[in-house]
Design a protein around this ligand. Structure first.
Ligand SMILES: Nc1ncnc2c1ncn2[C@@H]1O[C@H](COP(=O)(O)OP(=O)(O)OP(=O)(O)O)[C@@H](O)[C@H]1O
Length: 253
């Protein structure tokens, strides 16, 4: 189910997340680096997007600006129809906590807490109760129901990443941002996790934005956006490893 998100009509309100004319420069004068040069992009609700591009093309900067972890110099970012670029730091913290989920390459679990305590941590911090049905369906579909009372050190890498994904999904975020989520996993475990991410779009209507260098990982997404030198230069619908590899090779050429 690929829905084109090219910007003909910018529809921030109907997108789970969107950016308009985003620019970001690091440093000043001779050492200034333009990381984003006017990026406009939309992420329709319930879609899975992979962000690809050569090293230094601006992928992490774009994701961090979209997720409210970093501020752009100019342009607008919307999450769930709300412009987050207009918010104070305090309001932005609340948006990150309530409406955005994160998964990183290095699972970032709290070692002294059990898997279940880790999963419930964001809700506890927000003073919210878990929706039992949601918790049950996330834990069940990730296949970690029998590991909930173990600490991270007692879990495999793949299981730890599944706990991290459960933690990000249990709050029902508008968008789940994943930064190389399978970078530390073997290919079989990675493929199981990516299948789960794809299923969470289809079955739970979850919107996912994933930064990856891996064309196989990108092929699990509904589309791949290709960045080069701070700009979106290509958009591939229903990507395959070959179509993504072809786009990356033509960039290199
Ligand atoms: N904190 C920073 N200070 C200065 N320059 C930075 C900073 N963060 C990123 N950059 C520069 O901005 C550009 C984009 O970086 P970014 O990390 O977004 O790229 P990327 O596509 O995610 O790269 P990679 O695939 O290597 O992780 C690069 O030229 C990088 O060197």
């Amino acid at each position: 189910m690929y829905r084109s998100a090219r910007i003909r009509n910018f529809e921030s309100v109907r997108s789970a997340a969107a950016a308009k004319s985003l620019t970001k420069t690091y440093g000043t004068g001779d050492t200034a680096v333009s990381a984003l040069r006017g990026v406009t992009v939309q992420f329709p609700a319930g879609t899975f997007t992979a962000i690809m591009g050569p090293s230094g093309s601006g992928k992490s900067t774009l994701m961090h600006c979209l997720a409210g972890l970093d501020r752009a110099d100019d342009g607008e970012v919307y999450v769930g129809g709300e412009e987050i670029t207009a918010l104070s730091d305090r309001e932005l913290t609340k948006v990150r906590r309530d409406r955005i989920g994160f998964v990183f390459q290095s699972f970032n679990l709290v070692p002294t807490l059990t898997a279940l305590q880790n999963i419930l941590l964001p809700l506890d911090l927000a003073g919210r109760k878990a929706d039992r049905d949601r918790l049950g369906s996330v834990v069940q579909s990730l296949g970690i129901h029998d590991r909930l009372h173990h600490r991270p050190s007692e879990l495999s890498g793949g299981q730890q990443q599944r706990v991290a994904i459960a933690r990000a999904l249990v709050t029902q975020p508008d968008v789940l941002f994943a930064d190389e989520p399978t970078g530390a996993l073997d290919s079989t475990t990675a493929s199981t996790l990516l299948s789960f991410l794809r299923a969470s779009c289809r079955d739970l209507g979850q919107t996912i934005v994933m930064v990856t260098h891996d064309p196989i990982a990108a092929s699990f997404a509904d589309r791949a956006l290709v960045l080069s030198d701070g700009r979106v230069v290509d958009e591939i619908g229903d990507p395959t490893p070959d179509s993504v590899l072809g786009a990356m090779r033509s960039l290199a050429a």
